[in-house]
Design a protein around this ligand. Structure first.
Ligand SMILES: [Zn+2]
Ligand SMILES: [Zn+2]
Length: 272
């Protein structure tokens, strides 16, 4: 089992217990059923993820052997290469996530992640295997373009899994702590807005680890009434659609989204 998987499982178990004691949104019943559905889908996606590993390894080794990719072409030393590839890979994650919202074919798969009406730490692992395969192929190309090493990829994924489990969690995080974390990383206050069923809020806060990409590209958005956020996509998010077999066939269903910009607010109000 890889380092990031072990870190992820320990963090998931810790957060799942903590959500029971200190929930941000009270009244969550059937947490075990909800978690089992999400983890059932995650188990299938883990198989898809394992299938992409040889491709990722091939990308990294080919770039190193052929001397292609940013780090190799610029002949950057270890610290500069490590820092740059960590940062740029997270920038790529912003671009890829945004593409998953803006390209209808990709949204068919990514909406499986968004159709959870009760977001918690298990939602962080709720991805359709199709999305995992597509992102594996795209990530392979980016790894090669960056000349990123395997150890840096494992480090990035270890940090990423901690941050995404945290920002999906239903943990009551004190507002001041959340605001401080928000200066650097994506905390729950940002990602809960991303899971809102209002289209303009779903199409915001695309960051994975660092929060500054959204500030930089004008997609940063907060709610001053987070308790009023309704999670989901407004369709395909009722109880019947939460079972893994239904989630697996969701990409085949027609896209029923509100128009882009639905629920938009003036830019001045959207700034931090
Ligand atoms: Zn999304
Ligand atoms: Zn999410």
């Amino acid at each position: 089992m890889s380092t990031d998987t072990i870190i992820g499982l320990i963090a998931l178990a810790t957060l799942f217990a903590a959500e029971g004691w200190l929930p941000a949104y009270a009244g969550r019943e059937r947490r075990l059923r909800h978690g089992a559905n999400n983890l059932g889908l995650a188990a299938v996606s883990a198989v898809a993820g394992a299938l992409t590993v040889p491709l990722l390894v091939l990308s990294v080794t080919t770039a190193a052997a052929q001397g292609i990719g940013l780090c190799h072409v610029l002949d950057l030393g270890w610290p500069a290469c490590a820092l740059l590839t960590f940062l740029l890979f997270d920038g790529w994650m912003y671009v890829w996530h945004r593409a998953n919202h803006e390209i209808p074919f990709l949204w068919r798969f990514h909406r499986v992640h968004h159709s959870d009406p009760a977001m918690d730490s298990t939602t962080a692992l709720r991805f359709h295997p199709g999305e995992i395969l597509l992102s594996g192929v795209a990530n392979g190309l980016v790894l090669m373009a960056l000349g990123m090493s395997l150890s840096m990829l494992v480090l990035y994924k270890s940090v990423m899994v901690l941050v995404i489990l945290f920002h999906h969690s239903n943990l009551a995080v004190p507002a001041r702590l959340d605001a401080r974390l928000r200066a650097l990383i994506v905390p729950p206050s940002m990602h809960r807005v991303h899971h809102s069923e209002i289209r303009a809020e779903t199409d915001a806060n695309y960051g994975t680890v660092f929060s500054f990409w959204d500030r930089l590209f004008g997609t940063f958005r907060l709610r001053d009434d987070p308790q009023a956020i309704r999670f989901g996509i407004g369709t395909y998010d009722d109880a019947a659609w939460q079972r893994p077999l239904h989630l697996l066939r969701l990409p085949l269903e027609p896209i029923r989204r509100p128009p882009a910009g639905e629920g938009a607010i003036p830019a001045a109000e959207a700034e931090p």
